[in-house]
Design a protein around this ligand. Sequence first.
Ligand SMILES: Cc1ncc(COP(=O)(O)O)c(C=O)c1O
Length: 401
Amino acid sequence: MLNAKKIRADFPFFKQKLKGKPLAYLDNAATTQKPRQVLDAMQEAYVARNANPYRGAYALAVEATEAYERAREKVADFIGAEPEEVIFTRNATDSLNIAANLVCASRKRGSTILLTEMEHHSNLVSWQLAAKRWGHRISYVKVKSDGHLCREDLEKKAGMSPLVFSFVHVSNVLGTVNNAKQLSQLAHENGSLACIDAAQSVPHMSVDVQKLNCDFLAFSGHKMLGPAGIGVLYMKKELQEEFEPLFGGGEMIKKVSLGGASWNDPPHKFEPGTPNLQGAVGLAAAIDYLMGIGMENVERHCQGLAAYCRKELEGIGAQLYGPVKGAGIVSFNVGNIHPHDVAHFADKEAVAIRSGHHCAQPLMNALGIAASCRASFYVYNDKEEVDRLASAVSRAAKALG
Ligand SMILES: Cc1ncc(COP(=O)(O)O)c(C=O)c1O
């Protein structure tokens, strides 16, 4: 396990106490805290480097451009992409909406989009809207009660050659890790594009787009120690020429006349308007921080905490969802007690967990529940915090069960 206490010392957030107790922050699938290194890098970019990238010939503007492009190179390196394949967006949701609209607008009406019942609303409503807008239909791969995709249903529906198969790499509710390489291959074997929602995988494991051989991959900076407001859409080079940009504005053009415009080279073609320089710099600093720990260590640590958490919660009679061997996410319920009440009990002990449908209502329906509690771990969490959660859950069960 990582030395979480030592890591926590890098995070000004953890200096505060809640109700006189140190905060056990176990809602990392929602968003993560930021280390001093990220905050410092962003502050420096505001204080010393704040100019509009690409738009000025003066030294400061050139420096801003270079800092932004260095951040792009860092992200590209982190996921095994070429820098031109990295498009900066606002977050994973933005990335998935862009992918959905580019793909749906590019093909004739009446195609099928394949999703799964396991998706976060970001990878669901985005495609529903785009499909409706451009005249396509959607089909969903079923999820089994053990939290895995139904293989038979997957092969049947993928075999019908949908336009695109867009799927979540790691479920934000169950921690299920889908075999993204196999799913991308299945999509390609059937002539479909492969789009991966990697919002919960890029922060937690080594992800390489070359190995996965996907066409699109989306994630957010704020779930991996970086700032909110910056996200990434990886788009395979071969596809970039094929798509018309969705949005117009500054710097995405080569030439503009009153009659029309021609497009800048990718990725700029897909990045209209003033870029989020400080967000990109913060994300690059977050990647440096994670690489300093090592992604294999991040993955092992979070999986270890999740396994320990499952054991402790099972010991006090909680109902657990999802596979035993998943990522650092544990979903559970305690008898008939409403998840919000359990979360409220935990909050009284300065333990922060999520409760609700986790932006995955169709998955909740498939599991036959309305809501659950969710503990999700990151590099600064430790077993002591899991113990505090277990004792709060146990108290909730005694008081309300
Ligand atoms: C699996 C998954 N996809 C997409 C998202 C959307 O991320 P964001 O809200 O940062 O756009 C989330 C957020 O929780 C997620 O867990």
